[in-house]
Design a protein around this ligand. Structure first.
Ligand code: CTP
Length: 410
């Protein structure tokens, strides 16, 4: 494996799409990771973001024109493309991709792509019909063949009001793809430095008598992966887990509990925090008074279990009058009507975001290593592609770090 470049230089081409605003956040992440960023703004891109904001964030001149004399004396287009370790196109519009596939060179962005001797990474953003159009499919096949790397697009509601694949990947996902392309660590290191995060994970066991209990099939894998990703992103992490066969992720404080009531007490004790993520599959009910001794088959008929409701940990944290964490995230494991249930659950619990996943038998999520997550917030829904639980966790942590950063932005 080649050694990672110490201070990589990125040539970022910002195309014309509503998603161009996300490129501002991408530049912030790249600069924070000590990468040099030179921005090329297309004419269409300039309709969505200003050269001034791009220049302020990148700390460098923004290039717009192929025939600008100043640019040519300062740095010609050949040099501009050669100086970069990686060319990134975000948003990569259908038009930019078509030009790149054809080898056209009729503006600065397309000329740079043609003159470049470096790998290019594209984050497509377009209406879903454009994305699924045979012409775009053909262009993508050509570009993949040429070695272009793609990140996204995501599936979800679009600025045009339609729904489908075509939303530009989130800045953290693009950032992770850039790191991967540059052979650097894939984690959004330092995104959560100085933040405290509490994660609940695993099932709870609710005793019936000293040897029997009510449980569920949660393995805790997703919650543990989230705790690990948060720690890798620099956060202080308290992981409160029901009984699972997993080791504590490095650097994470693990509090092992059995019952929902113990989990609720541990969550309360772990507050305050900046981000609360309820990934546990908490048992909804417990036996009102568990038998002190093993229940015997005495021939006197079947025992009756009187169930009472457990505390709803997520709702209690999300609805705290004082000391509510700034960002509270819940999970919704559903076997049917995923979106409908998740939307209602978000409102009922009072949390900011619900991460919904399909746990019906044919989805193979329970105990498995992959997940298809749908993020449900007040702004709408975004469906992520099927990802390994570690990758999904990193992406979720990147996404949540971004929300926290936006909320804190002046
Ligand atoms: N949750 C919780 N405490 C509970 C029950 C659930 O903190 N007593 C949290 C879970 O960790 C998850 C979210 O609430 O983040 C949704 O859990 P789920 O079991 O899907 O929701 P329920 O409220 O139990 O709704 P239902 O069983 O009707 O689907």
């Amino acid at each position: 494996m080649a050694t990672p470049i110490e201070k990589p230089s990125i040539l970022l081409i910002v195309g014309g799409g509503v998603a161009a605003y996300k490129s501002l956040e991408l530049i912030r992440l790249l600069r924070k990771a000590e990468m040099e960023v030179r921005v090329v703004l297309t004419g269409a891109g300039a309709q969505f973001v200003t050269p001034l904001s791009l220049a302020s964030l990148s700390g460098a001149k923004v290039y717009e024109d192929l025939f600008s004399l100043t640019d040519e004396t300062e740095m010609g287009h050949i040099q501009l493309s050669r100086q970069a370790d990686l060319v990134v196109i975000a948003p990569a519009t259908a038009d930019l991709l078509a030009k790149a596939a054809q080898g056209l060179a009729n503006d600065l962005a397309s000329t740079l792509l043609l003159a470049s001797d470096k790998a290019a990474l594209a984050a497509p953003a377009m209406n879903w019909r454009m994305w699924t159009h045979p012409a775009t499919r053909r262009n993508l096949a050509v570009l993949r063949e040429d070695g272009m790397i793609f990140v996204g697009p995501d599936d979800g509601p679009m600025a045009c009001g339609e729904q489908g694949p075509g939303r530009m990947a989130e800045p953290e996902a693009i950032f992770a793809a850039i790191n991967a392309a540059l052979n650097r660590a894939q984690n959004p290191v330092d995104l959560l430095t100085g933040k405290k995060i509490v994660v609940t994970a695993g099932p709870t066991h609710e005793p019936i008598d000293p040897v029997r209990y009510i449980a569920n099939r949660s393995s805790g894998k997703q919650g543990f992966a989230i705790a690990r990703a948060a720690r890798e992103a620099g956060a202080e992490v308290i992981l409160i887990s029901g009984p699972v066969a997993l080791e504590a992720p490095e650097g994470v404080s693990l509090v092992r509990v059995e019952t929902a009531r113990q989990m609720a007490a541990a969550a309360e004790a772990a507050l305050p925090c900046d981000l609360f993520i309820a990934a546990a599959a908490v048992a909804d009910w417990r036996v009102e008074s568990d038998a002190g001794q093993k229940i015997k088959k005495t021939g006197g008929g079947l025992p009756t279990l009187h169930l009472v409701e457990n505390p709803d940990i997520l709702a209690e944290v999300a609805q705290r009058a004082a000391g509510r964490p700034p960002l509270v995230v819940g999970f919704a494991a559903e076997t049917e009507h995923l979106l409908d249930h998740a939307r209602k659950k978000r409102l009922r619990k009072g949390c900011d975001l619900i991460v919904a996943n399909d746990v019906s038998e044919n989805a193979g999520v329970m105990g498995g290593d992959e997940n298809t997550l749908v993020l449900v917030s007040a702004e709408g829904e975004t469906t992520w592609p099927r990802l390994g639980k570690d990758e999904a966790a990193r992406r979720l942590i990147g996404h949540l770090a971004q929300i926290l950063a936006w909320r804190e932005a002046p």
